[in-house]
Design a binder for this molecule. Structure first.
Ligand SMILES: O=C(O)c1ccccc1NCC(=O)[C@H](O)[C@H](O)COP(=O)(O)O
Length: 252
């Protein structure tokens, strides 16, 4: 039996064919920079809009994405990640477009990118950043999609989960590497993944983000100690009783 990642990628191949029937603006727009924030701020927080997930089910299904986006910006988010996958995360490109209307902070189109047309779609919807998951791509496709996205002026987070994926990522000399603490095949989450891969990332000179499973100030300190300059937080923000308090608590 295949993994959840295999199932998601099968669905993406269907969606890519559908997207190819549509036309998107290929305009190169000015893009707000995530890399600049990672270089200059002591902690870059990427706050995610995540209605639901394969591992946790519904998190905040009926969230008002514009209100959530505005609150993230007010609380000090350096970037906002919007899950655009519908089948597994109950998000959409419409969510991304709605958030774009109300904020100027950099927006990450969080999806499973396997084809250039998805990057056209993300750029058209107003994204500033895309994610490329090494586990979903060959080295050659990773390089091609990275070049394609950066030719739009988009920032790219190249996501890895283990040593082998990290070496593939570093072979294309990415500006930003994200370590996903969640194993996308088993759903296991541990911050040890960030700690294990940290030294190699820091010594490569890439900007370093830790993703998933971050809920407390202790978690933030742990990944910062390892060398991460940014964190990507979804579930904790989507289920927080008070976003303001959680934000303040993570940054103390
Ligand atoms: O979250 C999942 O269940 C999931 C399953 C399969 C593929 C990807 C998945 N999540 C995407 C993410 O990487 C997270 O949404 C993101 O890093 C935030 O994680 P968290 O703070 O733990 O919600």
């Amino acid at each position: 039996m295949g993994t959840i990642l295999d199932t998601i990628l099968d669905q993406k191949r269907i969606e890519v064919e559908e997207l190819k029937q549509q036309t998107f603006s290929k305009e190169k727009k000015p893009h707000a920079s995530l890399a600049e924030s990672l270089r200059n701020k002591s902690l870059t927080i990427i706050s995610e809009i995540k209605r639901a997930s394969p591992s946790k089910g519904d998190l905040n299904l009926n969230v008002d994405v514009q209100e959530q986006g505005k609150t993230y910006e007010r609380c000090g988010a350096s970037a906002i990640s919007v899950l655009t996958d519908t089948k597994f995360f109950k998000g959409s490109f419409a969510d991304l477009e709605k958030v774009r209307e109300v904020t100027t902070v950099p927006l990450l189109c969080k999806d499973f990118v396997i084809d250039e047309v998805q990057i056209d779609r993300a750029n058209d919807a107003g994204a500033d950043i895309i994610l490329l998951i090494v586990a979903a791509l060959s080295q050659q496709r990773l390089q091609e999609l990275y070049n394609y996205a950066t030719s739009y002026g988009l920032d790219v987070i190249v996501e890895v989960h283990d040593e082998e994926e990290l070496e593939t990522a570093l072979s294309i000399q990415p500006a930003i590497v994200g370590v996903n603490n969640r194993n996308l095949k088993t759903f296991e989450v541990t911050l040890e993944t960030t700690e294990r891969l940290a030294e190699r990332i820091v010594s490569s000179g890439a900007l370093f983000i830790s993703e998933s499973g971050i809920k407390t100030r202790e978690d933030v300190e742990r990944v910062q100690r390892a060398g991460a300059k940014g964190i990507l937080v979804g579930e904790a923000f989507m289920t927080a009783a008070s976003l303001e308090e959680l934000f303040a608590g993570l940054q103390v």
